[in-house]
Design a protein around this ligand. Structure first.
Ligand SMILES: O=P(O)(O)OC[C@H]1O[C@H](OP(=O)(O)OP(=O)(O)O)[C@H](O)[C@@H]1O
Ligand SMILES: O=c1cc[nH]c(=O)[nH]1
Ligand SMILES: [Mg+2]
Length: 212
């Protein structure tokens, strides 16, 4: 049962509305890109609601007082290339100082196995909470491999943020990395015979970069 797994569905109406627009085949690259950026920002707003705060002494034009500020916890943003790049700008607008690492991973079209081709990370990944982003969680192979790689490099606290997921992908990722919370905007029905999410939105990377 999906409900028993370490997953949370972000069902905010604005996220769901924008996701519907992204799914539509007539939505072109420009709108797809803008919608992905907007949704990523909205989802980042939701997943950061538990960030710890501390009191800070400040002076307003009226009086001295204590006011809340983020406690300086270090964050990192890790897009899985290519499609994860489309989620970066929206999140950076909310968290401008976030450090960004990149993991390149593509899915072999025949075997659907993940192939790693790039990795460049902030040097202090072990001290950061990493938000790993990829719009699509299909078989879960790419995400599981990326998370294993990050753990090998020392990462200790990771959350995974995607837009559309398949039940198989959530189960596989949760089995491989039960410690990592998955956030998604939708758990779709299934995968088709080519490993595409149904109903899904097609190939996110191709739609984002216009390489259809
Ligand atoms: O869960 P999985 O079965 O591994 O599939 C999901 C992966 O497939 C897509 O990447 P793709 O291989 O198309 O690479 P791209 O982003 O360069 O287009 C997607 O962005 C995920 O990384
Ligand atoms: O439906 C899918 C599955 C994997 N990757 C995509 O971009 N879309
Ligand atoms: Mg692709």
């Amino acid at each position: 049962m999906i409900e028993d797994l370490n997953v949370s569905v972000i069902d905010h109406p604005l996220v769901q509305h924008k996701l519907t627009l992204m799914r539509m085949q007539e939505t072109g690259t420009k709108d797809f890109r803008e919608l992905l950026e907007e949704i990523s920002m909205l989802m980042a707003y939701e997943i950061t609601r538990d960030l710890p705060l501390v009191d800070m002494d400040i002076t307003t034009p009226v009086v001295k007082c204590k006011s809340k500020t983020l406690d300086g916890k270090k964050l990192g943003l890790i897009p899985i290339l290519r499609a994860g790049l489309g989620m970066v700008d929206g999140i950076v607008k909310l968290i401008p100082t976030i450090k960004i690492g990149h993991v390149g991973m593509y899915r072999d079209p025949k075997t659907l196995a993940p192939v790693e081709y790039y990795c460049k990370l902030p040097t202090d990944v072990a001290d950061r909470t990493l938000i790993v982003v990829d719009p699509m969680l299909a078989t879960g192979g790419s995400a599981a491999a990326a998370l294993s790689l990050l753990k090998e490099k020392g990462a200790k606290h990771i959350i995974f943020l995607c837009l559309v997921s398949a039940p198989q992908g959530i189960e596989a990722l949760n089995k491989a990395h039960p410690d990592i919370k998955i956030y998604t905007a939708s758990v779709d029905q299934k995968l088709n015979e080519h490993g595409y999410i149904v109903p899904g939105l097609g190939d996110a990377g191709d739609r984002l970069f216009g390489t259809l």
